[in-house]
Write a protein that binds this ligand. Structure first.
Ligand code: ADP
Ligand code: MG
Length: 240
């Protein structure tokens, strides 16, 4: 994938630092991160708990601002965006999938997905996305009527319906049993391979990184290693 035909770089991070708190109690969550994201790739960010993975994902997604450093999305410096532009960036360019699904329990599956949907440009997007993720039959159910795996698929559909350029998945299997978690990884790999979505998966599980087109390992807020996976493993074949 990174051989003969070059992929377009859509995101570039340089010298990224994030400190929480100040003075002697300050926590260095990110300590000088440089990385890139390429269009259509499945990128896995691997690191143990507390290494800074969620902080990095939140900065990339415009959920929080870095202490210093640069994040360029398609050439625009998002780390200097004001609130309004940051909100637009999150809404128009980024889809988030969290460990805990973050669905709204009072809304149906369809309504949850419709929250982010770009219905002006594509009136059928909600149903199309539910179809894509295999949830059409559950569209009038409420989150509490679904299994954990189905709820996570709703969260993925919601992230996709906004027509996000990048899908950011923070430990997306963390709250699921093994087989269900694997199915979610299969779905995410399929979205990248068949639908050309750019997907970033954050995990602390080394075996999961084998499914990535590229893998970045983080430790103590720094990038330890970046490698290109010449033969990504099918998510269905991963064991951990
Ligand atoms: P990971 O996702 O890899 O487990 P995090 O990015 O959540 O790591 O955390 C990196 C470091 O920053 C940890 O030491 C964590 O305790 C600290 N941290 C994360 N969020 C906050 C916060 N809101 N306030 C203070 N410290 C934080
Ligand atoms: Mg985390």
């Amino acid at each position: 994938m990174f051989g003969s035909h070059e992929k377009e770089k859509i995101l570039e991070v340089r010298g990224l630092r994030k400190f929480y708190g100040s003075g002697e109690g300050a926590v260095k969550a990110l300590d000088g991160v440089d990385m890139e994201v390429y269009d259509g790739e499945l990128l896995v960010i691997l690191g143990s708990s507390g290494s800074g993975k969620s902080t990095l994902l939140n900065m990339i997604g415009g959920m929080d601002l870095p202490t210093n450093g640069s994040i360029r999305f398609k050439g625009r410096e998002i780390s200097r965006f004001k609130d309004k532009d940051l909100t637009l960036y999150r809404r128009n360019n980024i889809g988030f999938v969290f460990q805990s699904f973050n669905l709204i329990s009072e809304l149906t599956v369809r309504e949850n997905v419709a929250l982010t949907a770009d219905t002006r440009n594509n009136p059928g997007i909600v149903d199309q996305t539910l179809d894509l993720i295999g949830l059409s039959e559950k569209k009038d159910k409420y989150p509490s009527q679904l299994s954990g795996g189905q709820q996570q698929r709703v969260a993925i559909a919601r992230a996709l319906a906004g027509n996000a350029d990048i899908l950011l998945c923070d430990e997306p299997t963390g709250a699921l049993d093994y087989e269900t978690g694997k199915q979610i990884l299969v779905q995410l790999q399929k979205l990248s391979r068949e639908n050309g979505k750019t997907v970033i998966i954050v995990t602390h599980t080394k075996e999961i990184s084998l499914m990535g087109d590229r893998v970045i390992t983080v430790k103590d807020g720094k990038i330890k290693n970046t490698w290109i996976n010449d033969e990504p493993v099918d998510a269905s074949g991963i064991e951990w």
